[in-house]
Design a protein around this ligand. Structure first.
Ligand SMILES: [Cu+2]
Length: 151
């Protein structure tokens, strides 16, 4: 009986681990987990976040991104707080070491969607194209969440 319970607990543990750890997309050695963007109005700025895992055997680099609904898209890193303002700058790329995950999250790396041509409505999705040095282009559906919400 005790063995049986241990087995059930292990099974529950593995099922839980699997459900939170499944990528929404796996292509050319790149896995994408939990992508999301925040709602924004026309002319406003939004950002997209996600976890990117490189399952390949060589370092890859996320070079750039494009989104049809935004006038301009840049891969950025938030660097420091200056008073109340978070300063950020575009980066030439985000290195993805082999076998490792890199998180794009508020206050860190993010994909900035600038000057939206179209309103980003919560509970909708947008299409984002990521360009990697080795994996090439990956088109991704990104769920839009209310401002400040996380998956
Ligand atoms: Cu930014």
């Amino acid at each position: 009986m005790k063995k049986c319970l241990t087995f059930v607990l292990l099974l529950v543990f593995f099922l839980t681990a699997c459900s939170t750890a499944s990528p929404v997309l796996s292509q050319a050695g790149i896995e994408i987990y939990e992508p999301y963007a925040h709602a924004a109005g026309v002319g406003e700025t939004s950002a997209a976040y996600m976890r990117v895992k490189n399952t390949g055997s060589e370092t890859d680099t996320l070079l750039s991104a494009t989104c049809e609904q935004a006038m301009m898209v840049e891969v950025m890193e938030s660097m420091m707080m200056e008073g109340d303002v978070m300063s950020m700058g575009d980066v030439p790329g985000i290195d993805l070491p082999a076998g490792r995950s890199v998180e794009l999250k508020p206050g860190s790396y993010h994909i900035m969607l600038m000057d939206m041509k179209q309103e980003l409505i919560a509970d909708s999705t947008i299409s984002l194209t990521l360009e990697f040095e080795k994996a090439g282009k990956i088109v991704l559906e990104v769920p839009v969440l209310a401002l400040g919400a996380t998956p």
